[in-house]
Design a binder for this molecule. Structure first.
Ligand SMILES: [Zn+2]
Length: 388
């Protein structure tokens, strides 16, 4: 192999660093080197420069995005996400690696998405984005709300032979994303993975862990989600990702979130935190939803609590990790329906009060009408009486 070819391969490997585990030392970050093409490295401290070395990062269909639930389009053809082969036998070994940007779990391509997308997608890896103990770190946001963390399970279309081949092709990738927030209980499915983080503390380190049920890392409900076309959220930012963002969140205990946020280093002295990109402009893209947002603000029928996590314990009080808006206990975010219910409730109450005052004034003018109608009550309905 010629030197030119070798250099090209190293460069491509570095470009795909966040996505593809590569044992090459070039995959390790060297933050002391200037970012850019000569080394093919990037970091979360130079996000505004990403497009210089990776032009796609400056294009118009980038990820992540903010999902404005009031602007989503209900699409009844979006079927529940269905996965197969996710329960990996303990005999199998899965590689867990710190690539300097996140922690990546390599997945066999026997794990597949077989429903909810136009064709079958095969799994390649999963990884996480997080913040710190005082600041939430999800990439996507919902109505401006950021969550403590986010899991991405990366798949490639079975139309292609490999992730490498699919990553540059339109519709080549499908990523399943779920928000992670704090709950009162230990999430046993996550525990298996989190206990190994200490072994991959330094960038470039990897270990092998027993197979386990990857399905348990996702929310229980896979039928309610948002869908849009976007990109890798890290360089090279290729716009080839069909995104699925689940409405239901997963819960980790406070200690588990601490482990996720405080263990991984991006170099020997620096802890890796806040490894997320801010939401990008939609630029006219549609965000579809597989479900109708609740109009009444009541829980949708059949809305089950998260699988490995019940609702956060209110006795714990508000957490720093709840970020800019405290997430609701049923994993639903504050919807347009809630807002409308409150607005209409208040309007109704004001109208009723005005009528009541008018009625009382008339009573004074005409005492008899009071005798006849003393039992007629125009009661101002509290918001909770009708719509909330
Ligand atoms: Zn990601």
């Amino acid at each position: 192999m010629g030197l030119q070819n070798l250099r090209l391969l190293l460069l491509i490997g570095a470009f795909l660093g966040p996505l593809v585990t590569c044992d090459d030392p070039e995959d390790h970050p060297h933050e002391d080197h200037p970012p850019g093409p000569p080394h093919g490295h990037w970091s979360y401290t130079d996000i505004t420069d990403w497009h210089k070395a990776y032009p796609a990062c400056g294009e118009k269909e980038q990820s992540p995005i903010n999902v404005d639930t009031g602007d989503t389009t209900f699409d009844p053809t979006l079927k529940p996400i269905e996965v197969s082969g996710y329960d990996v036998s303990p005999e199998e070994r899965l590689k867990l690696k710190n690539n300097g940007h996140t922690v990546v779990l390599q997945l066999p391509d026997s794990l597949q998405i077989i429903g909810g997308l136009a064709n079958t997608y095969r799994a390649a890896q999963l990884h996480f984005h997080w913040g710190s103990q005082s600041s939430p770190g999800s990439e996507h946001t919902v109505n401006g709300q950021k969550f403590p963390g986010e899991i991405h399970v990366v798949h490639f279309s079975s139309r292609f032979q490999s992730l490498d081949e699919a990553v540059t092709q339109p519709g080549g990738l499908a990523v399943l994303a779920a928000f992670i927030q704090e709950g009162p209980k230990v999430n046993e499915d996550y525990q298996h993975l989190l206990t190994h983080l200490e072994k991959v503390k330094e960038a470039g380190q990897s270990t092998e862990i027993r197979g386990f049920d990857i399905r348990g890392l996702l929310p229980q409900q896979l039928d309610r989600y948002y869908r849009y076309n976007g990109s890798l959220t890290t360089p090279p930012c290729y716009q080839t990702v069909n995104w699925t963002i689940f409405n239901q969140t997963v819960f980790l205990s406070e200690d588990q979130l601490d482990i996720l946020e405080d263990t991984i280093h991006h170099d020997h002295d620096h802890i890796l935190q806040m490894n997320f990109r801010e939401p990008q402009s939609l630029n006219g893209r549609l965000v579809l939803s597989s479900f109708r947002p609740p109009v009444s603000g009541r829980k949708a029928p059949g809305q089950a609590p998260a699988p490995s996590a019940s609702a956060p314990d209110p006795a714990n009080g508000p957490s720093d990790r709840s970020g800019e808006g405290a997430p609701r206990d049923d994993s639903q975010t504050f919807s347009t329906g809630d807002m409308l219910a409150i607005i209409f409730g208040v309007l109704f109450a004001v109208t009723a009060l005005a009528f009541f005052i008018y009625f009382r004034q008339n009573q004074k003018k005409n005492p008899r009408s009071s005798d006849k109608k003393s039992n007629v009550i125009y009661k101002a309905a509290a918001p909770e009486d009708n719509m909330a």
